[in-house]
Ligand binder design. Structure first.
Ligand SMILES: C[S@@+](CC[C@H](N)C(=O)[O-])C[C@H]1O[C@@H](n2cnc3c(N)ncnc32)[C@H](O)[C@@H]1O
Length: 294
């Protein structure tokens, strides 16, 4: 009796263990199945949202607008892959930990736009220094570093974005510029080196911050007068800020559309003999650029 009980309870124990085990396996399987189903549902949901937003985009901006947008996005994907970097995404100034209303959010420039502007600048790259104000994750710096500039500099106020830019620079392929520097600094504190002759802004700040930066650039120009170009994307603030700056003149303007927004890009040059320089601009690469005579 005792023996029988012992054997029976052992059997019961083992079958309970077995049962628990198989319940655990089937629970794991079913929870895997549920997870798989959820992932599928999320993916399906995303695909449906994408299709919906594509349809509403085509309705609002027409097929041509859609194709144009596609060209921008494909170019961004192409260059990110080719150069081996990840600079996409938006980050608000608040997310980045700043409260200054004059600082602008992080949003990378479209590769097509930066290359369109750089192609217009009649400088010998091998003797030129490019400076990007508010370099973020490094898109403009990287686009410039893929060209044979003598030196490329990016300055940025957010340490988080600068760390990403540095990582991008380390992994970047097709780098042709040998001297690329990324600096963590507030633009108002930056003393512009005397060899900088091409300055790029993709709307990084406005108001008093922009005014101080313009004064800093002027100080550098006064110390070493030189042929210096400034490219400013979304230049309405800049246009107001340089109203009383006779040392600088606008020579080109381009407007392009993205979603609801009209974007603008101005190219400026230091005044001395600017008409001569304007004549040197290459009309062949003039995709939508307009010569400005001021
Ligand atoms: C519109 S994003 C441009 C990013 C990059 N230049 C590009 O073209 O892809 C503006 C950048 O300016 C930076 N920024 C804003 N205020 C700044 C300041 N006072 N000094 C330096 N960088 C600043 C922001 O953190 C952000 O990364």
């Amino acid at each position: 009796m005792h023996k029988w009980y012992h054997i029976a309870s052992r059997d019961i124990d083992s079958s309970v263990r077995q049962g628990r085990k198989s319940m655990a396996v089937s629970w794991r399987n079913s929870s895997n199945l549920i997870q798989y189903g959820q992932t599928q549902a999320v993916a399906m949901n995303r695909a449906v949202q994408k299709i919906r937003s594509t349809i509403s985009f085509v309705r609002r901006f027409g097929v041509l607008g859609f194709l144009e947008e596609l060209r921008y996005r494909m170019a961004d994907l192409y260059y990110e892959r080719r150069l081996g970097v990840e600079t996409a995404g938006r980050h608000t100034v608040k997310d980045l930990g700043f409260a200054n209303a004059e600082f602008m959010d992080y949003d990378p420039i479209w590769y097509r736009e930066i290359y369109s502007a750089l192609n217009k600048i009649p400088l010998d790259k091998s003797t030129s220094t490019f400076l990007d104000y508010g370099s973020g994750k490094g898109r403009a710096v990287i686009a410039a570093a893929a060209l044979p500039f003598k030196r490329v500099i990016g300055i940025e106020i957010s340490d988080r974005l600068l760390a990403i830019a540095q990582k991008n620079l380390d992994t970047m392929r097709h780098k042709r510029c040998k001297r690329v520097e990324l600096l963590l600094i507030d633009a108002t504190q930056y003393v512009v080196p005397g060899d900088v002759n091409l300055i790029y802004f993709y709307n990084p700040f406005a108001g008093q911050v922009l005014q101080t930066v313009i004064n800093n650039i002027y100080d550098s120009y006064k110390q070493s007068p030189r042929e210096m170009y400034i490219v400013f994307v979304n230049n309405h603030h800049f246009e107001n800020a340089i109203k009383n700056q006779p040392w600088l003149t606008r020579i080109e303007q381009r407007t392009f559309h993205h979603y609801d927004y009209d974007h603008s890009c101005g190219i400026y040059v230091t005044k001395a003999s600017c008409s001569q320089k304007a004549r040197r601009l290459d009309p062949a690469s003039a995709e939508g650029w307009e010569r400005v005579t001021e």
